[in-house]
Ligand binder design. Sequence first.
Ligand SMILES: C[S@@+](CC[C@H](N)C(=O)[O-])C[C@H]1O[C@@H](n2cnc3c(N)ncnc32)[C@H](O)[C@@H]1O
Length: 232
Amino acid sequence: MQTDRTRDPGKRLLAAAQYVRAGAVFADVGTDHAALPILLCRTGRVQKAYACDIARAPLEAARRNIERAGLAGRIVPLLCDGFSGLEGLGVTDAAVCGMGGELTARLIGAAPFLARDRVRLILQPMTRARFLRSFLLSAGFSIEEEELLSDAGRQYELIVASYTGKTEEWSEAELYLGKKNVARGGEALARLAARRVAHLKNLANGQTGAEKEKTEETIRQIRALAAPAERK
Ligand SMILES: C[S@@+](CC[C@H](N)C(=O)[O-])C[C@H]1O[C@@H](n2cnc3c(N)ncnc32)[C@H](O)[C@@H]1O
């Protein structure tokens, strides 16, 4: 039987929801069935939300779920690509969950109002988290919070960022693991490090010379950062 995502949003979306500030005007980009805005409005954490999706079918499902939840006056469904259509609506906090890291970065890069209005971004990339961190830091966004969580045997990364205008340079290993995750340590970090090392070992197998040496150095750095966690 399929889970009703609006009744049972799951650990991943519950974790994302806790980083939305109380009283925020919230936008969920790639909302699918609007599970996240419905959760946030039901709990009273936000009064007003935008449920955005690029595709008609999920947005129709979102609209039905919003009506069924009695939240039609508070959650506005929007058919749009990324953040287009949200500028000037007073959005303070926005989520992009369940999409690829490169697409997430592209959507943020195409919406300069996110920097200007200091919108808090709650991001949960399914792939390429290293790429997304690198993009955020070079574009002047500061990574305020990070969390690793597991659900149904799969590990997910959450990244919370806001624009400060200051760019930051992290090492390759820090980009792969996330500085806040490294500081927190523990089993979750060890698991993430093991996944990254396996991926990079695969990559190194197909490389030669300086490129291979660089990948191997990153593997050494990742192991060093995760080592205290492994000893716990
Ligand atoms: C895998 S679902 C994730 C749903 C939900 N955010 C979650 O984490 O469970 C991705 C959703 O993003 C939508 N999407 C993909 N590209 C998009 C874009 N450029 N702008 C807005 N929505 C997009 C898809 O139509 C789909 O409904």
